[in-house]
Design a protein around this ligand. Sequence first.
Ligand SMILES: [Zn+2]
Length: 432
Amino acid sequence: MGYTLLKNVNLLNGKKDMKVRKTSILIKDNIIDKIGDIEEAKDYKVVDLDGKYVIPGLINLHVHLPGSGKSAAPTSEGLKKLVNFIAKHKCLYPIGIALGATGAKQELLSGVTTLRSVGGVFKFDSMLRDQINSGKKIGPRIYSSDYAIATKDGHMAGTVSHEANNNEEAIAMVEDLAKSGADWIKIMITGGVLDAKVKGEPGILKMQPDMVKAVCDKAHELGFKVAAHVESYEGAKVAVENGVDTIEHGVKYDEALIKLMKEHNQNTVTTVSPALPICVDKSFDDFARYNSFVVFYNIVDGAKELIKNGMDIGLGNDTGCPYTTHYNFWRELEYVTKYVGVKPEQALYFATAYNAKILGTDDKIGTIEEGKFADMVVVDGNPLESFRTIQNPYVVIKDGVFYNQKIKKYKGVDEFLESINDIDLEAEFKKL
Ligand SMILES: [Zn+2]
């Protein structure tokens, strides 16, 4: 691939104290070779960016690749049967892999150069990862959990999670996933908004502490980290006390839990994007909307509490949920700035350098520094003034390769999301 020199760059490097720096970046093959005043040389391909902004490739830590975000979460019995059928027939695997391929491509073309999938159909996410790595398909670097582990009738059981009836079955699933090439283990500790049975209880505990511990112990023994779907305090307590590495979504933490999380080096991956639209979408019944508000405030208040206590948070947007498409991760940064109240540079740091740290890959990705992979997003305006600048990147660079194809977007979804920007959430919540 040789040398590519990016000239006239406004660089935001992804570090916690990042400031705009006018500079040049030299890429050698897939690695950032040099940053600074760089003389042009004969064998350099020179790209004059004319003051455009360059940020690290975004890292989306909470993705479900098979869902598009266009419609309601896939929970129907028909879909469960279809998923099982595909997984049982090797000749249908290309269909299974294709389920996530469109989403992966959209993620990349909208600036996400790395993602962690946390619940997919069967083992198709890791198969897709391998096809991307071998150049057969285009997409981000994928860290895949493949199917998640749930209890009987647990969250998303039968589609993106498999049911374990006892600890032995749960442990066998960890071994199965490890053997077939997963990168992470995902468990469903509590229920969620769309499977709640009681108003005000969207995150009821489903997986008992002994099963959580059994899964975490086995996963850690085999060298894997564990992410857990958690939408209630009780669930968070079980997660924190039994070895979970990342709590997905988040809850209102108290001092005791935060102390334990710090001691055990545990993180929360905040996901505002899926909770917000259901709060205000009147096509959902009041029951679902009420529970979505509970989850929304849990996530937002929990994130505030962690930050107040000096912790950083991971970011993901739970793509595949209604209204959460694979091309709008930038909205999560906007929401965290708006609702959690962090500065834009902090949100960008979470979505790049800190997310890389959670993945354990911060020596290779997450910031624009010499020696790291050339993963970056070039945008026209300053993202710290508006994350909307990331909506249509000028070019996305992953592993030194340039991508600038346009994405087909879903007009109805985008219009709805724009329409909810100015809604008075507290007033809406009170009406329910
Ligand atoms: Zn999820």
